[in-house]
Ligand binder design. Sequence first.
Ligand code: GDP
Length: 488
Amino acid sequence: VTDMVDRARLAARAIADFGENLVRPTVRIGVTGLSRAGKTVFITSLVHGLARGGRFPVFTPLADDTILRAYLAPQPDDAVPRFEYESHVRALVGDRVWPDSTRQISELRVVVEHKAGAAPGQTRTLTLDIVDYPGEWLLDLPLLGKTYEQWAKESLALSSTGPRAALAATWHAYNAGLDPVAPADEQVAITAAQLYTDYLRSCRAERYSLSLLPPGRFLLPGDLAGSPALTFAPLALPAEAAPPEGSLWAMMKRRYDAYKDIVVKPFFRDHFARLDRQIVLVDVLAALNAGPAAVRDLEFALASILDCFQVGRRTLLTSLISPRVDKVLFAATKADHLHQVSHDRLEAILGRMIERAANRARYAGAEVDVVALAAVRATREARVRCNGDELPAIVGVPAAGERAAGHLFDGEREIALFPGDLPADPERVFDLGPGGFNGLMASSPDDAEFRFLRFRPPRIERTVDGLPSLPHIRLDRVLQFLIGDRFQ
Ligand code: GDP
């Protein structure tokens, strides 16, 4: 019954969207990525550039003056919070601090007025609905095709591999003492869920930077915190074929199914299935720094993400409706931590990570590409003399409170650094040890050496027309890929 209701709602929504699109040509762009990948900064900078006249030479419709102006319009979906664009711009441009990160879904509508290609002298509009949502939610979609038994088995197996084994030790020890066929006990479920969440959270820590950590709401619970749909954990499969009604196992299974019904399906139906284009932001540098386990984990996570875009044509979600995303861009963020000689290398590494999965997606009809970008470029490049040699360096202001090499920074002093070198051969990233590729490490008592030094956002620049513009790297290539074809 739920499926039929879902299908009916999806069909109604698709028809409404189609009708709306005839009156008002619209592109729904999904922006996702795991926590701290750079979604908030990306959307803020992109919209600022479009609305205020950023420097986007590679984005043809803007460079050849097809686009006349872009402006914000009221957010269309009543049940979705608006992306807090104004306060984020104030933080970035006014206070020069990084804005608050994404914790949930939000949306922003931008209307772009442009010349009509076929009818000189006439203008048209293209509406961009930008939907910002946590990548953790996307990585939940594969759960729709898994029973509790399958999920529990897979999660337990995964938690015994690589660095996960040590991080899961407390939870494993507690699990070992549980009898899945014993009567259901709320306190046991609460403790198991808590320990399981602690394990997921420590995998997420910068020092490990693991990516594949569903269920997503365990890390970002929002208003569901403490509800039964979030109070379950994987149990080892009991010896008997069917654990009885009222057992701990049966309780966990019921709650897992509730999670899918209450959290995953509505996300799919109300948001994911309505997207036209998607950008997935990836903090590749953080994974490289954390070492091969994080790189491999990221590769798996990216493959699962790509699978989400072709499921409609294949198996599990066919019963709902096929997603309509026809372009997916994977973007390695924060490229301003590297010298430009490494930007193409960063792209090659990300390309290598999604290679196999991308071939499948292409086959299924979606165009896939990769880019290395900095939504806001917090550094500039310089050549620094060192022992008689001139070396490529980057220059920036470390954010207040950052520490490196025994210094505590005040957010005002500019320093020059030699960024780490990425390997020219993308295969080599699997050989890098923890501490990665000699990137710029920050040090702090509790987070020793495993973190990039955070720079303060830059001062705003002026374009030749005197318009305020945030410096960036390759943001125009992103626009060209995502919407460059929509200005006819
Ligand atoms: P979200 O959780 O995906 O919304 O991530 P945010 O957009 O809040 O970014 C997380 C942090 O990454 C920011 O606070 C910045 O420190 C850093 N960051 C994001 N984008 C950039 C960028 O383009 N350049 C630099 N240098 N840092 C960035």
